[in-house]
Write a protein of this length. Structure first.
Length: 254
């Protein structure tokens, strides 16, 4: 598939957002190769329930794959920290919620005691694609990993918000692996309320990911929501209302 140019991301759905609501705030972080558009339906629904919601594009995303290649795990993590600090200027309590790599970043922010609560959505503690494990070795011979969008993904209820890259520089898999390793090593540092969401229909991440997170965290409040058919980008699926209801009930207790 082609590598998208910046025009692809000029759509209104791809713009960062801050939806003003109550003193309870939610920072939404998208995943590896994705964009803030993947989080917008979730953000709108949470805002309608009264929350202040913020969504950002991580460095190198919603732009060009060349720019993604120039960004690294440090920039993604620092951008997440900066966004959380900005949201704290508007809210007295902040939950960080992330999809996929955004979920991994959310765990790290929780480990660093920066969030009042943490929600992970399809967060990997390992991935099913074995190419990720050999990214450094493969990158000189296979500079780009690409994929074909599954037909069922085009049929998702929120497919109009599906803006992301059609591939990525192979060497960037090492940055994702670095973040996963950081989050996994320090799970015991998490003591804030934790909600872990994962789907049985997710064919991207290791199936044991959710349980690893729950078993590793020291939080007194730990909850799990298991989706049935949602794909990896569960925020675009028909089960999104279930995610919103679970998050709302979870954050009401904070």
């Amino acid at each position: 598939m082609k590598s998208y140019d910046p025009v692809h991301f000029n759509h209104e759905n791809c713009k960062p957002f801050l939806l003003d609501g109550s003193e309870k705030g939610v920072l939404l972080l998208h995943g590896f190769t994705g964009s803030v558009a993947h989080m917008r339906p979730l953000g709108d629904m949470l805002w309608q329930r009264g929350y202040t919601v913020m969504g950002v594009n991580l460095p190198g995303h919603a732009s060009t794959e060349r720019e993604m290649g120039a960004a690294d795990w440090r920039q993604w993590l620092n951008a997440s920290r900066e966004a959380l600090a900005q949201l704290r200027n508007h809210c007295t309590a902040v939950t960080v919620a992330g999809l996929s790599m955004g979920g991994v970043l959310s765990l790290i922010l929780a480990e660093d005691k920066l969030a009042d609560a943490c929600v992970t959505l399809s967060a990997p503690m390992a991935v099913q694609n074995k190419l990720f494990h050999f990214a450094r070795v493969l990158s000189p011979f296979m500079p780009r990993i690409s994929w074909t969008e599954p037909e069922e993904r085009r049929q998702l209820p929120y497919a109009a918000f599906d803006f992301g890259y059609s591939g990525f520089p192979t060497r960037k898999a090492a940055d994702l692996s670095r973040l996963i390793g950081m989050a996994r090593r320090n799970l015991s540092q998490i003591d804030c309320p934790l909600l872990v969401v994962q789907s049985d229909g997710d064919r991207t991440i290791a199936r044991e990911s959710a349980q690893i997170i729950l078993d590793g965290a020291a939080s007194k409040i730990k909850q799990k929501l298991t989706l049935t058919e949602a794909p990896h980008v569960c925020t675009l699926s028909a089960e999104l209302p279930d995610i919103v209801s679970a998050m709302d009930a979870f954050m009401e207790k904070i």
